[in-house]
Design a protein around this ligand. Structure first.
Ligand SMILES: Cc1cc2nc3c(=O)[nH]c(=O)nc-3n(C[C@H](O)[C@H](O)[C@H](O)COP(=O)(O)OP(=O)(O)OC[C@H]3O[C@@H](n4cnc5c(N)ncnc54)[C@H](O)[C@@H]3O)c2cc1C
Length: 208
């Protein structure tokens, strides 16, 4: 092969590789958008190959023990790749139960509950949380896991209301940490950025 033939052949190989990479990227983007696989703002397309939507803590445990790499996905409001995974994403949007303990002044919600569901439900029973996310469809767990600030310079951020978390750790074990019983561990875990496991339920302090 002479110099002219070599340049022609390598030029078309490079163009082919570039086009095929662009094609794959475009195909991935289109497939992801079609399956609603972007974050809420649409500025980030998730790269995780699969999205799992378990309906119970036991299903989350089974998933975590069977997967080599996974991360919890909330309501997709983070503007970056923090909720993405090179393996699976686990969304708990189907887990939505809420329990108010008036005597203890706490509410326990499953990880699929959003502030838009929680606030009116609490209000109807004469209670509220001390601070709210900026948008109603943000999940309580996602906002607390990122120390989302809410509003008011004298109000603690949303995670300051957390009294307990129940989560499936990387080994598949279901663990509960509470402010009352596990001081240091709880303080270290409450703003976990999704890195400590999959939170299945969260308990918050409420105010009248
Ligand atoms: C570090 C950081 C700080 C932010 N601060 C603010 C702020 O102050 N005000 C504001 O309005 N927005 C803020 N945001 C934007 C953010 O979109 C939201 O506040 C909030 O995180 C969105 O919640 P989400 O339910 O959409 O969660 P996602 O955006 O889907 O996920 C957010 C994080 O929470 C984790 N997570 C979600 N569900 C679970 C679960 N079940 N178990 C374990 N981890 C879980 C994810 O793995 C991820 O790390 C912040 C984002 C980040 C990354």
């Amino acid at each position: 092969m002479n110099k002219r033939e070599f340049l022609k052949a390598s030029g078309s190989m490079m163009a082919g590789a570039l086009l095929s990479r662009m094609g794959v990227g475009q195909a991935h983007k289109e497939a992801a958008a079609k399956a609603n696989r972007t974050n809420w703002a649409g500025n980030y397309t998730y790269k995780a190959a699969r999205l799992d939507e378990p309906g119970s803590a036991q299903e989350v445990q089974r998933l975590v023990t069977s997967l080599s790499n996974a991360k919890a996905l909330g309501a997709r409001h983070s503007f970056n790749d923090i909720a993405d995974s090179s393996g699976d994403q686990i969304s708990l949007k189907n887990m939505t139960e809420m329990t108010l303990d008036k005597a203890a002044g706490t509410v326990t919600v499953a990880a699929g509950v959003t502030y838009g569901k929680l606030a009116p439900w609490l209000d109807a029973q004469g209670f509220a949380v001390h601070n709210l996310a900026s948008l109603p469809h943000v999940s309580v767990v996602g906002a607390c896991a990122t120390a989302t600030h809410g509003s008011g310079v004298h109000n603690g951020n949303l995670s300051t209301a957390v009294r307990a978390i129940e989560f499936v750790d990387g080994t598949g074990q279901l663990t509960t940490l509470s402010r009352a019983a596990n001081d240091d561990e709880f303080n270290g875990a409450v703003v976990g950025l999704g890195a400590l496991g999959v939170i299945t339920r969260i308990t918050l302090a409420v105010v009248p």
